[in-house]
Design a protein around this ligand. Structure first.
Ligand code: 5AD
Length: 432
C-alpha cells in the first residue's frame, strides 16, 4: 500500500505555502494526497499561534485525532507556529503526536519522516528550498518566499519567536523560482515575507524595490503582489517600483494596528500616526487610486476610549478598502503581557463592533464607486457561488464574478464592466 497524507492548514499565507512545500516533498517520496483524514497514513496539522484562539483549536483538533489514531494507526505530525512554540512540551501534552516540526524545518521533511528527529524546532542558517517540490494549489498563482522571520519587536507579537530572525533569500534564487513558476503557467506571483519589504539580498544588499522591479520585468508575470509590508520599511525604491510597473497590483496591505501614537509607541511599531499617514500620502502620490488594507488590534493594554476614537478617525481618513481587526490576545513570553491588563473583554468586543460598522460603510461606498466602469480582470477560475460565471481579481485586488465565455483560458486578462456591488465582491460582464 502506498503511503497517503492529509494536511490541514491554519493561519497566514506563509503557512499555506509551507504546506504546499511539505506536500510537494511528500509527493516526491511517493505519498499520495487524500481529502479524508480517515484514509491517511500520515496526518499533518500546520498550525498558527498568532492569537490564543488559534492555538486552542489545535489542541481540540489533536483530541479528535487521538481517537482516529486508535482506529487507523495514522502517524500524526504537528507543524507550524504552535509546533515551534511548544516543541517537546507539545509531545508531553499530547503523547500520541509522533513528531513536531517548526517553520524553519519545512525544507527538511525527510529527516523528520525518517525518524531521525522527533522534535525539529531550530532555524538552520541555510534553509532548503526545493522549487520543484512545491505542490502549488492554483494553476494561475504562485507564492514565493523572499524573506523569512521578523526582526521587529512588536510587544504583542509571537512571530519573532515562532519564525525566528529575518533571513532573506538570494536575489538570483528568487528570480529562478519565479521563472520556474511562470514556465508552469503561473502568471500571478505573490512574494511573501512576514516583513516582506525588509528584504535585502544577503550577497549583494539589493533591496525590496530592486527585487520588485526585477520580478515585474520577468516575461510572463502578468500580475505581481506581495505581503506583508511593515510601514517603517516603506522607502522610495519600493514606491518607485510600484509606480513604474503596470503589472504590480495597486494594492498594499499596510498594518497600522492602532490610530493612537501613544498605543503605537507601547506596541513598539516604530512609527507615529502622523508618520504612517505621511507614508500613505507619498504612496498615493505615486500610485493614485491604490487600494490600502490594514490590520488593527483593539483592546491593547491601556487603550482608552480616546485612543480608540483615534483609530476610528484614522480609518475614516484613509478609507481602507479592506480591514482585518482583532481583539488583543496576550501571547506567552511577549512584552505586552507585562505592560498591563488587557482592556475588559466586553469593552473590547464593543469597540470591535463599532469599528466594523464604520468600515462596512466605507467599504460599501468604495465598492459602489466601481459601478459602470470597465476594469481589467485576471481570470482565476469558475465562481464559487455560481459555476456558470467566472471569477477573478481587479488589479487593485477586488474579487469580481462575471459573465463570460466559459472557455476563457484561466490566467487571461479580460475587460469586465461592473454592474453590481455585493457585500465583499463586484459583479459584471466581460466586454472583451
Ligand atoms: N493579539 C491580537 N492580534 C494580533 N495580531 C498579532 N498578534 C496579535 C495578538 N497578540 C494581529 C496583528 C497582525 C495580524 C496578523 O494579527 O494585527 O498584523
Amino acid at each position: 500500500m502506498p503511503e497517503t497524507f492529509f494536511i490541514e492548514t491554519w493561519g497566514c499565507q506563509m503557512n499555506e505555502l509551507d504546506s504546499q512545500r511539505i506536500a510537494g516533498s511528500l509527493r516526491l517520496r511517493g505519498y499520495r494526497r487524500v481529502d479524508d483524514e480517515r484514509d491517511a497514513s500520515l496526518i499533518l496539522l500546520n498550525t498558527c499561534s498568532i492569537r490564543e484562539k488559534s492555538e486552542h483549536k489545535v489542541f481540540s483538533r489533536l483530541g479528535e485525532l487521538r481517537e482516529l489514531k486508535r482506529e487507523t494507526g495514522a502517524r500524526i505530525g504537528v507543524c507550524g507556529c504552535v509546533a515551534q512554540q511548544e516543541g517537546e512540551h507539545l509531545i508531553e501534552r499530547a503523547p500520541w503526536v509522533d513528531f513536531v516540526m517548526g517553520p524553519g524545518n519545512v525544507g527538511n521533511v525527510d529527516a523528520v519522516l525518517d525518524g531521525e528527529r522527533r522534535v525539529a524546532v531550530d532555524f538552520p542558517e541555510h534553509r532548503q528550498y526545493d522549487l520543484l517540490a512545491i505542490d502549488r494549489g492554483s494553476p494561475t498563482k504562485a507564492w514565493v518566499t523572499i524573506i523569512e522571520g521578523c526582526n521587529k519587536n512588536c510587544t504583542f507579537c509571537i512571530v519573532p519567536t515562532t519564525r525566528g530572525r529575518e533571513v532573506s533569500r538570494p536575489f538570483g534564487d528568487v528570480l529562478a523560482e519565479v521563472r520556474a513558476a511562470v514556465d508552469s503557467g503561473r502568471v500571478e506571483i505573490e512574494l511573501l515575507g512576514q516583513t516582506v519589504n525588509a528584504y535585502r539580498c544577503p550577497a549583494s544588499s539589493r533591496d525590496f524595490g530592486t527585487l520588485l522591479s526585477a520580478v515585474a520585468e520577468i516575461g510572463g508575470v502578468r500580475r505581481l503582489r506581495f505581503m506583508t509590508s511593515h510601514p517603517a520599511e516603506v522607502n522610495d525604491s519600493m514606491i518607485a517600483a510600484m509606480g513604474d510597473h503596470a503589472n504590480i497590483s495597486r494594492y498594499l496591505h499596510l498594518p497600522v494596528q492602532s490610530g493612537s501614537s501613544k498605543v503605537l509607541r507601547r506596541m513598539k511599531r516604530l512609527y507615529t500616526r502622523e508618520k504612517y499617514l505621511e507614508t500613505l500620502d507619498r504612496i498615493r502620490q505615486a500610485i493614485p487610486e491604490i487600494h490600502f488594507s490594514t490590520d488593527i488590534i483593539v483592546g491593547f493594554p491601556g487603550e482608552s476610549e480616546d485612543d480608540f476614537q483615534q483609530t476610528l478617525s484614522l480609518i475614516e481618513e484613509v478609507r481602507y478598502g479592506s480591514l482585518f481587526a482583532f481583539k488583543y490576545s496576550p501571547r506567552p513570553g511577549t512584552p505586552a503581557v507585562r505592560i498591563g491588563e488587557p482592556v475588559e473583554d466586553a469593552i473590547a468586543t464593543d469597540r470591535l463592533t463599532r469599528l466594523f460598522e464604520l468600515h462596512e460603510r466605507i467599504k460599501r461606498e468604495r465598492l459602489e464607486s466601481y459601478r459602470g466602469r470597465v476594469l481589467p480582470v485576471l481570470v482565476e477560475g469558475p465562481s464559487k457561488h455560481d459555476p456558470s460565471m467566472l471569477s477573478g481579481r481587479t488589479d487593485d485586488n477586488w474579487v469580481v464574478n462575471f459573465v463570460a465565455d466559459p472557455a476563457t483560458p484561466l490566467g487571461s486578462m479580460l475587460g469586465v464592466r461592473i454592474d453590481d456591488a455585493l457585500h465583499h465582491t463586484l459583479r459584471g460582464e466581460a466586454t472583451t
